[in-house]
Design a protein around this ligand. Structure first.
Ligand code: HEM
Length: 544
């Protein structure tokens, strides 16, 4: 540290106690004022020590004029007047700038430094090594972001698989991990997923015949909500679950949207428990109440179904796991709420973004069509769709991987340092909040030349000599790495493969003329102006 900085810090540290002591002696301030000043001073001292004397004092500063990021160290809340995705712009700027490597810092006023991890090595060190390593107090050296955990607790109304750590998380993950494995999903769920995607194809056929433009983000939200509900409860249709509790079937996604806005509400940040009061939660608590009532009722139905069948077949996730929760309904409800919340809009937005690119690129549509014909034959019916065949769709895999690179559903992964952490050769102090900069790294032109262009070829293997290899060995960060990686990855991939293959096999499509595709981050990345698409039937194809 430079001598001048050191001098300023030490003089500031000494100045307040002296002034305060003088003020006390002269009886100029009362006890309450004195204590407030003292607490403020302790906090400020800690901030100064971390900033100018700690191991991160020389780290590059992350520059942004955005008040929420730079001063409060948090993502900006949604703002309908905003016309630009400021959070993504900030992350991309950090991820592209070599002077911000391997990570940079926002010294927010809240007292906790916000570290933006911009290198793949630093992200791996934190997400994999530090989340697995135990710190001195027995906790993992790094764990899911503290702030997001607190907020999740308030919004979801309790602990769940997404906001617990250590043993409280481990048993949930063990219980849920198996039914969400690729193998179990294929046997338990593939037939329903195929049936539901076929229904969607019929909706598209109607729109194509009547020359109606479809808003795909909306259409895919209905698809993913049905798919997840069917897996959780063994039922999803209107007459099989009591959707009237949430104001009708299509309103369920709206209720989830209202609940999601809770994450962005400044009121829940208020201290002294005010943030947890009914008043602070008034905007989203009614939605949470209705969704939980719906889940509770649906679990009852699922358990009744399984009991009536009296066999050991898989009937629903609810029936499969309820006993493992020791019949604790509160825990089960919270986990089902989280799974539905985490699983439906991420997948729906990814599908919508994939189609925004497919619709703009007729060559990509042709390549997908050729691949589906080669794998399934010219007529794609239920009997031809198997898990093995879906895994052979390497071009479709490249399309969704490129979609998740350019439009990651989760733009950064929030992690908290419980201990000092070595990330890419440099120390991050205990107590820091970290953002693994998925968005910035995936737009880095050193790794992905012409990063703003949609090029599925980046993810295809090419022949070099006698071996097949890829141009880069960048992992798929979209589902995150390490022990807390996405529980629903296999389900999401199943939906992505099926929907892209089935729709493009039967239709050609084009984006509505002059429509702009842009991103907006409201917890997850969504298409700011939607994805309106026109479909035309391919010749010879009628839906089977
Ligand atoms: C394209 C679709 C999806 C994407 C991009 C995605 C992405 C992610 C990411 C980035 C995380 C880590 C979040 C964090 O640590 O802050 C995560 C966690 C999680 N996801 Fe997904 N997800 C998707 C679909 C799903 C689906 C379909 C489900 C459930 C059916 C699901 C359930 C979960 C759960 C429960 C966690 C917490 C895991 C844990 O902490 O053990 N996700 N997902």
């Amino acid at each position: 540290m430079m001598a001048q900085e050191y001098h300023i810090v030490t003089s500031l540290l000494q100045m307040v106690p002296r002034t305060l002591a003088d003020a006390f002696l002269l009886r100029k301030v009362g006890i309450a004022t004195g204590l407030t000043i003292l607490i403020g001073h302790c906090w400020f001292t800690m901030w100064l020590v971390r900033r100018y004397l700690g191991p991160m004092r020389t780290a590059p500063i992350a520059h942004t004029s955005n008040f929420w990021i730079s001063k409060l160290g948090t993502a900006p809340p949604p703002n309908d007047k905003e016309t630009k995705d400021e959070l993504s712009a900030f992350l991309i700027q950090c991820g592209q700038d070599p002077s911000q490597l391997p990570w940079c810092v926002c010294w927010s006023f809240l007292g906790t430094p916000l570290v933006i991890l911009n290198s793949l090595q630093s992200i791996k060190d934190v997400l994999i090594d530090a989340q697995l390593k135990k710190s001195r107090n027995g906790k993992p050296a790094a764990q899911r972001g503290r702030l997001i955990n607190k907020i999740q607790n308030i919004v979801f109304g309790g602990k769940n698989i997404n906001n617990t750590v250590g043993e409280e998380w481990r048993w949930r993950r063990l219980v849920m991990g198996r039914p969400f494995s690729k193998q179990k999903l294929t046997t338990n769920h593939l037939p329903f997923a195929i049936k539901r995607v076929k229904e969607l194809t019929s909706t598209i056929q109607q729109a194509a015949d009547t020359r109606q433009t479809l808003e795909l983000d909306d259409v895919f939200m209905d698809l993913t909500m049905d798919v997840i509900n069917q897996y959780l409860y063994g039922r999803s249709a209107e007459h099989e679950l009591d959707y009237s509790i949430v104001g009708g079937k299509t309103n369920l996604k709206h209720e989830h949207h209202l609940l999601g806005l809770g994450f962005m509400s400044p009121l829940i940040w208020l201290p002294f428990g005010i943030g947890q009061s009914a008043w602070a939660q008034q905007a989203f608590a009614p939605a949470r109440y209705r969704i939980k009532r719906f889940i509770n009722d649906s679990i009852d139905r699922a358990l009744e179904d399984a009991k009536a069948c009296n066999d050991t077949k898989f009937h629903s996730l609810a029936a499969e796991v309820a006993s493992k929760y020791n019949d604790d309904r509160v825990d089960l409800l919270n986990d089902f709420l989280t799974i539905t919340f985490a699983g439906h809009d991420t997948t729906a937005h990814t599908l919508a973004f994939a189609f925004s690119e497919i619709a703009r690129n007729p060559q990509i549509q042709e390549k997908i069509y050729e691949e589906t014909c080669a794998v399934f034959g010219p007529v794609m019916d239920d009997s031809t769709i198997t898990s093995e065949k879906l895994s052979q769709l390497s071009y479709i895999r490249a399309v969704y991987q490129e979609t998740m690179r350019l439009y990651p559903a989760v733009v950064f992964i929030p992690v908290h340092a419980n201990d000092n952490i070595m990330a890419d050769g440099q120390i991050i102090s205990a107590g820091s909040e970290m953002w693994c900069n998925v968005r910035g790294l995936q737009m880095n032109s050193e790794i992905f030349p012409e990063p703003e262009k949609f090029k599925p070829e980046r993810w295809l293997e090419i022949e070099v000599g006698s071996q097949n290899t890829r141009l880069h060995n960048f992992p798929n960060l979209s589902f995150t790495l390490g022990p807390h990686s996405c529980l629903g990855k296999s389900l999401a991939l199943l939906e992505l493969r099926l929907a892209i293959a089935h729709i493009v096999h039967h239709f050609t499509c084009s984006l509505k003329a002059d429509h702009i595709i842009d991103t907006k981050v409201e917890l997850t990345t969504k298409p700011r102006y939607g994805v309106p698409v026109n479909f035309q039937r391919r010749c010879y194809h009628m839906i089977q």
